[in-house]
Design a protein around this ligand. Structure first.
Ligand code: PEP
Ligand code: MG
Length: 597
């Protein structure tokens, strides 16, 4: 991560920042600074007896904000040259405003005297401070009110426990710059009206990143100093591949990136020609390339890119941005539309994988995201088995949709055989109930599979394979849990390594267990859609890859260029290595010999 001022006269005012490019594409447009967005704040009255509680709520928001700013400051120290100092000073100033400052004291006094909620007290205090700052003759000091507003917005967001704002109303190709964007916010973005987004926080395999790729929205996460540099009236350019954010780009830079964007469009068009060709290696082994579906719009992309099925339908979006649960009928309608849309090609529906970094609003009463380790908590199948109402209505909707075409049902975050057995029992119970009611479902129930995404499940894959009808390896979580790297935490993103020998051994173990038991196994983590890993995955014995539909052409191109015998030999050599640097070198050397076909 770095920040520098571009030399040269025309580009003198450009501010270049770097983060993690998570969704390729180039976006150029007016900045929308979400961090300073006006979250709706209403005024509510506090009873005398509630004053202490309201002050405690405010103190908690101050503590959370302080923690966030300290985290940003630690990251800013890694920036080169003067940028580290410059951003460091700004963050220090913001931290000082959270110490026993006039702002904090003022809010506490207003809560007690005016008996109003803390959010409104912050707004009023800032208005008041704004007046006294405006009267200052020193323009430097007068400008500090902007900093106070930024800090105030952070406090309000933390009070409302809404680190996000809704972006659905934006137009004009705006580029959103924000502290953090949730998967739910991203789901509401319309790529025809939004040019992309950049944030201060987030990791490359977080669901926000996956959602951005699903929408084809250029996105850069984990950009330190972003909000300190952002201005609502600026023009912004983002490159979601390189991870670059340029504020106030010069006309030359804009022209250069427009050209690059056209190059990318040409490339995509060329790859589109592969649509009707099979994903077959040079020595004739056919690979199934399927699509992951995160949002309904992707059905169209899956079909356009020649997916042989839907290898993973994430159902979480059905629960996002709403307060009530989706009904069984609503779920059925959606699943059935996918099954019909895929016209005979199999659709793998995954039961709800809520929890961790995905806690849709409708589930707020069922799980919490404030446990110390949400990723290790009530997530995925654990939540579904605890809240049978959720699971039963999902199963019912899925079984009904299975009557319209081939469906497989996939269970997330399986770690024990018992979970698999209990889920199967639940599915059979739901099936019996539907049959009793005369609801049409198939005579043979759909195959029930387990995600292999917990190291313990991979290590016990031989036992699980005796109970599961198929496996789907979820490397996003498998990497997170194997290496103890939070997939959403930008501070450890550089350690998130798909080529770590432990991860590869777990994949190999699961593939071998599935093949001994003769059950199908596929992979649906993000690495399935990255051609860099294709030779290795095939060499390890995988024959089904499921990925964001937009990635199918580039993976197909890679597969058509490679020789399975050579890939298998190279995978064997890789599996003898203990060091991921050496593994990466062996893989990249092999990839360099593959001719695009
Ligand atoms: C995975 O963990 O690799 C996976 C595909 O599931 P998700 O990304 O939805 O957790
Ligand atoms: Mg997962």
């Amino acid at each position: 991560m770095r920040i520098d001022e571009t030399p040269g006269t025309a580009a003198r005012n450009e501010k270049r920042l770097t983060g993690i490019g998570v969704s390729p594409g180039i976006g150029i447009g007016p900045a929308y600074v979400g961090e300073r967005g006006d979250l709706p704040v209403s005024e509510s009255r506090i009873a005398e007896s509630g004053i202490d509680a309201e002050r405690a709520r405010f103190a908690e928001a101050v503590a959370v904000s302080t923690k966030q700013l300290r985290k940003l400051k630690t990251r800013a120290t890694a920036l080169p040259g003067s940028a580290a100092d410059e951003i460091g000073y700004l963050l220090d100033a913001h931290l000082a405003m959270l110490a026993n400052s006039r702002l904090v004291r003022g809010v506490n006094q207003r809560v007690a005297r005016q008996r109003i909620n803390a959010e409104r007290a912050i707004q009023l205090e800032i208005e008041e401070l704004g007046k006294s700052f405006a009267a200052m003759s020193d323009p430097y000091l007068a400008a500090r009110i902007d900093d106070i507003r930024v800090v105030g917005s952070r406090l309000i967001r933390n009070l409302l426990k809404r680190p996000y704002v809704a972006y659905s109303g934006l137009t004009g190709g705006a580029i959103i710059l924000a502290g953090e964007i949730t998967p739910g916010d991203t789901a509401l973005m319309d790529p025809r009206r939004i040019g992309g987004f950049a944030t201060e926080f987030g990791g490359p395999d977080s669901h926000t990143a996956i959602m951005a790729r699903a929408l084809g929205l250029p996105a850069v996460l984990a950009v330190p100093g972003l909000l300190e540099r952002a201005r609502a009236d600026a023009e912004v350019l983002i490159d979601g591949l390189a991870g670059t954010v340029i504020i106030d780009p010069s006309p030359e830079t804009v022209a250069e990136y427009r050209e690059r964007r056209e190059g990318l469009t040409r490339q995509t068009r060329l790859l589109g020609r592969l649509r009707r060709l099979p994903a077959v290696t040079r020595d004739g082994i056919e690979i199934r390339l399927e699509a992951n579906l995160e949002l309904p719009v992707e059905l169209e992309h899956a079909l356009a890119n020649g997916a042989m099925g839907l290898g993973l339908v994430r159902t979480e979006f059905l629960y996002m941005n709403r307060e009530e649960l989706p009904s069984e009928d609503e779920q059925y309608e959606f699943f059935a539309s996918l099954v019909r849309g895929m016209a005979g090609r199999p659709v793998t529906l995954r039961t709800l994988d809520a929890g961790g970094d995905k806690l849709p609003e409708a589930l707020a009463g069922y799980a919490t995201d404030d446990s110390a380790n949400p990723a290790l908590g009530l997530r995925g199948i654990r939540l579904s088995l605890k809240e049978r109402r959720l699971l039963d209505s999902q199963f019912a909707a899925m079984l009904r949709a299975a009557n319209d075409g081939p469906v497989r049902i996939l269970l997330p975050l399986i770690s024990t055989i018992d979970e698999l057995r209990r889920a199967r029992e639940a599915m059979e119970q739901v099936a019996r109930r539907l049959r009793r009611r005369g609801v049409p479902i198939p005579d043979t129930l759909p195959p029930l599979g387990a995600m292999i995404e917990v190291p313990g499940a991979a290590l016990a894959a031989d036992a699980l394979a005796a109970e599961a009808d198929f496996f789907a390896i979820g490397t996003n979580d498998l990497i997170q849990y194997t290496l103890a790297i939070d997939r959403t935490d930008e501070q450890v993103a550089h350690l998130y390594d798909p080529l770590h020998p432990a991860v590869l051994r777990l994949i190999q173990f699961a593939v071998e267990a599935a093949s001994r038991r003769r059950i199908p196994i596929g992979i649906c983590g993000e690495i399935a859609g990255d051609p860099r890993y294709s030779a290795l995955l095939l060499g390890l014995g995988l024959r089904e890859l499921s990925m964001s539909p937009r990635h199918i052409p580039r993976v197909k191109q890679r597969i058509r260029g490679l020789d399975m015998v050579a890939a298998t030999r190279r995978a064997r050599a890789i599996m003898d290595q203990a060091d991921s640097g050496r593994i990466a070198a062996l893989l990249d050397d092999f990839n360099a010999t593959i001719q695009p076909a």
